[in-house]
Design a protein around this ligand. Structure first.
Ligand code: PLP
Length: 404
């Protein structure tokens, strides 16, 4: 028997789990599946800005060798300038790491930090890579509640109550996946205050930085953490520049660098061990950040993404037994199901039943480390037509659904 490592015992990533496998099997058998499960812009007609693609193609001949393990200097400088333009003036290119997407840098930064038993505060619901990466690193994920009765904002009392002497850091996903919440300044400032008082690291996952609706302001965490709170900011090109397949992301470290010397050396060691990120995609970073061709025009009320978000929000709320909070950012709605009405005790089973009956693929809420089987996440990337059709079919399905 070749068994997987016991390190994986608590590592879950169910948004690519059994429901997706079933959908793939159904596709292989000739069914057409409406995929509302993964935030991958390209298949939904969001072509990457042409200048970025051309720039990467143009750099292919010179991108044949390994680069510096932190990434090419032009890309790291572009990241520094990007944050300077946001008012973050304490970032140096030495503390920027380019990676194969944010995903690689999330796992790397936790591997470099956690000793067994170290605790990291992760939101619930979360983007499950965070919980999985903490577990994989030997640390213990501790979930703090985000409150669906209060615009999905972090419950700060719960967050602070979960801090122990083993707590090392707080993960903040803003704009949030899966809830779509964009945190106001006072919430972010309160989290920074907690981090400062308890000497914690802030892990700011800001991959949806440019995707906010109706002019809602997105505030970068590192504008608030200053020089005294260590802040690891993660972002990249997958969403805002709709090139998830290139795998281009970055990590920018600000704050008390002298205190974090050993930790940053650990991150550098792990970055060295994997040589470098995919070099052609690193070139795309400068092209993207230097231009004006991001997703911004698409999120305006008149833009495609903004319109889709409105349609999906209204459509879900029109279904008897479903309610969804408005999303101010990102590409998702995290909708609530009336579990009493539908007799739902197992939300993965609900997702499977919907898939088998209506050929619609959504992600069940517990896959996002949400503790109750009463939510699901819908991706708002499909065109208005497809969203309307899918939501109508979901409504039809639910009108006759009773799980137990
Ligand atoms: N963080 C969040 C909140 C995400 O939603 C995603 C992808 O969906 C990632 C990180 C991973 O992004 P990347 O494509 O840069 O690895």
């Amino acid at each position: 028997m070749f068994r997987q490592s016991s390190k994986l015992a608590n590592v879950l990533y169910d948004i690519r789990g059994p429901v997706l496998e079933e959908a793939e099997a159904m596709e292989a058998a000739g069914h057409t599946i409406l995929k509302l499960n993964i935030g991958n812009p390209a298949p939904f007609g969001f072509a990457a800005p042409e200048t970025i693609v051309q720039d990467m193609v143009g750099h292919l001949p010179e991108a044949q060798g390994y680069s510096d393990s932190r990434g090419i200097l032009s890309g790291r400088r572009a990241v520094v300038q990007h944050y300077e333009s946001k008012g973050i003036t304490n970032l140096d290119a030495r503390e920027v790491f380019l990676g194969n997407g944010v995903s690689e840098l999330i796992t790397l930064s936790l591997q470099a930090l956690c000793n067994p038993g170290d605790e990291i505060l992760v939101p619930s619901p979360d983007y499950p890579l965070w919980t999985a990466s903490v577990a994989l690193s030997g640390g213990t994920p501790k979930h703090y509640a985000c409150d669906d009765e209060n615009g999905w904002l972090p419950d700060l009392e719960d967050l602070e109550a979960k801090i122990t002497e083993r707590t090392r850091g707080i993960v903040v996903i803003n704009p949030n996946n899966p809830t779509g919440a964009v945190y106001p300044r006072q919430t972010l400032a309160a989290i920074v205050d907690i981090a400062r008082r308890h000497n914690l690291i802030v892990f700011a996952d800001e991959i949806y930085e440019k995707i906010t609706y109706n002019g809602v302001e997105m505030i970068n965490m590192a504008t608030l953490t200053g020089d005294d709170v260590l802040c690891l900011t993660f972002s990249g090109l997958s969403k805002a520049y709709r090139i998830a397949g290139y795998r281009a992301g970055w990590l920018a470290i600000t704050g008390p660098l002298a205190e974090a010397k050993s930790y940053i050396e650990g991150i550098t060691l792990l970055a060295n061990m994997r040589m470098c990120a995919n070099v052609p995609a690193q070139h795309a970073i400068q092209a993207a950040l230097g231009g004006h061709q991001s997703i911004e025009d698409l999120v305006l009320p008149t833009g495609r993404l903004g319109e889709q978000m409105e349609v999906a929000h209204a459509g879900l709320n029109a279904i008897d037994g479903v309610s969804a909070q408005r999303a101010d950012g990102a590409l998702y709605l995290f909708a609530k199901l009336d579990v009493e009405k539908f007799g739902i005790t197992d939300d993965e089973q609900f997702a499977l039943d919907l898939l088998r009956e209506q050929k619609i693929l959504i992600s069940h809420g517990t896959a996002f480390n949400w503790s109750r089987p009463d939510h699901f996440r819908l991706v708002t990337l499909p065109s208005v037509d497809v969203l309307e059709q899918s939501i109508e079919r979901l409504g039809e399905f639910l009108s006759g659904y009773r799980q137990v």
